[in-house]
Write a protein that binds this ligand. Structure first.
Ligand SMILES: Cc1cc2nc3c(=O)[nH]c(=O)nc-3n(C[C@H](O)[C@H](O)[C@H](O)COP(=O)(O)OP(=O)(O)OC[C@H]3O[C@@H](n4cnc5c(N)ncnc54)[C@H](O)[C@@H]3O)c2cc1C
Length: 417
């Protein structure tokens, strides 16, 4: 097929949600660079245990559309509260210190909220208490949540993020759920788009497998690939490129380690590799009760460990220092992500450069009512999440349908035919 009503570029959360909304109403083709759907949602299996290398938590789960999709598709949801909402392991973090840290977090949060109401925008690092005891750990949390350190985190962007505080998981994997939702859509895999030519009456989209034309296109690729012009537009769209460059992807990565004789470790518990520095892993002991430890790394540490394939060695060093040298024998690397190196992502989730949070709306804005944009980076309140991707995808699809169904469009088409 060389002509369709709508082309959706990218089969991640946003593209799949957009295609679902469009498909019953017009002809839709999804062009996906990878050989699988899901994008940054990716579940792999190890000995029958699903491992989410990308998104794992249904954030704002009580109003997350993916939770509804899970129910619809028969995917079980685990509602165990996340380890970060409960007491962490006390081995290197006493109950008193955890309470003091929690206070420091709350006070920091209040200062961020206040600064969010003031001009100009600032890096969140400026709101740390000078010499504060918990500054390094607050910064470490920022690398997990945002993929960057506080010195690069925009106050104005962060205060827009909405979170109901309810976090659940999909037992068989968040990535598996999103991939399952893609079943039945018309997706051309291994089709990396290189050019979107919107100079003619129909929009021509080029991949190494050929050129496809459409009346409208929904672009859902990560902003990194618009910024570096891996995907180009003709005529050029400098405002989009500038907005995308101001919304880079921070880095967050995971490592999964198998654990022999797991019973001496508590289940579903967080253990920080260290509490006095920013460059530390955070370890989720025995997720779902499995004989496993899931490590999480963010920001510069993740960037460095990706460069050396060093996640497992770093994690085992930290865990052996805390839990005893026999951990070196009991822990076995299973899998690790490397999202910065991933050429169809180039990072994990978006953040706004200081003073640039308004550019999310610029990235999301349609062009000539024919080119539409979606993806988590386009979301003002739900950026960096899979449900943010979903919502922007549905919004872009609604915009497409409004244009395709408008009497004005019909008139123009009749005049041209
Ligand atoms: C380690 C990690 C942990 C995370 N944890 C969570 C979490 O717990 N909860 C949560 O909600 N979110 C989490 N996220 C974020 C979440 O995964 C993303 O926000 C979401 O999946 C993004 O969806 P998207 O559709 O916007 O983009 P993507 O998933 O990146 O989809 C874009 C698609 O476009 C494709 N593409 C790229 N280039 C081209 C091209 N040239 N031509 C055609 N196709 C192309 C890509 O292959 C991809 O499939 C996490 C992410 C990571 C990396």
């Amino acid at each position: 097929m060389h002509e369709v009503d709508v082309i959706v570029i990218g089969a991640g959360a946003a593209g799949i949600a957009a295609a679902h909304r469009l498909a019953p109403r017009c002809s839709v083709k999804v062009l996906e660079a990878r050989d699988r759907a899901g994008g940054r949602a990716w579940t792999v299996e190890h000995s029958g245990v699903p491992l989410d290398l990308g998104c794992g938590w249904l954030h704002s789960a009580d109003e997350n559309e993916w939770a509804e999709v899970a129910t619809m598709l028969g995917f079980a949801i685990d509602q165990t509260p996340p380890p970060w909402s409960r007491r962490s392991h006390q081995l290197n973090f006493s109950a008193a210190d955890q309470a003091a840290f929690s206070d420091a977090w709350d006070h920091f949060d209040e200062r961020v909220a206040e600064a969010g109401r003031a001009l100009p925008d600032r890096p969140e690092a400026e709101l740390l208490e000078p010499g504060g005891r918990w500054n390094a750990l607050l910064d470490a949390l920022s690398t997990y949540i945002n993929g960057v350190e506080l010195e690069r985190l925009s106050v104005h962007d962060f205060v827009h993020y909405r979170n109901t505080g309810v976090n659940w998981r999909v037992t068989k994997g968040y990535g598996a759920l999103i991939q399952a939702f893609a079943a039945g859509l018309d997706i051309a895999f291994n089709s990396p788009v290189t050019l979107i030519d919107h100079s003619g009456e129909r929009i021509a989209v080029t991949t190494p497998r050929g050129t496809l034309t459409a009346r409208a296109v929904v672009v859902t690729i990560p902003p990194t690939l618009i910024a570096d012009e891996t995907v180009r537009f003709t005529p050029a769209l400098p405002d989009k490129v500038r907005a995308a460059a101001a919304l880079p992807l921070g880095i967050a990565d995971k490592v999964f380690l198998g654990l022999d004789h797991p019973d001496d470790l508590p289940v579903q518990t967080r253990l920080f590799g260290a509490t006095d520095r920013t460059a530390t892993g955070s370890y989720h002991l025995r997720p779902f009760g499995a004989a496993m430890i899931e490590g999480y790394f963010g920001g510069e540490l993740a960037r460095e460990l990706e460069a050396t394939n060093g996640f497992a060695a770093f994690a085992i060093d930290q865990l052996a220092a805390l839990l005893g040298g026999d951990m070196r024998k009991r822990l076995h690397p299973i899998a690790a992500s490397a999202w910065q190196r991933d050429r169809f992502a180039r990072g994990s989730y978006s953040y706004a450069r200081i003073g640039c949070s308004d550019l999310r709306a610029v990235l999301a804005a349609p062009v000539d009512d024919r080119l539409f944009f979606a993806g988590e980076a386009c979301s003002i309140n739900d950026y960096s999440t899979a449900h943010g991707g979903y919502r922007t995808g549905v919004k872009a699809a609604e915009q497409v349908l409004a244009v395709l169904q408008s009497p004005k469009t019909h008139k123009v088409r009749r005049a041209r035919s």
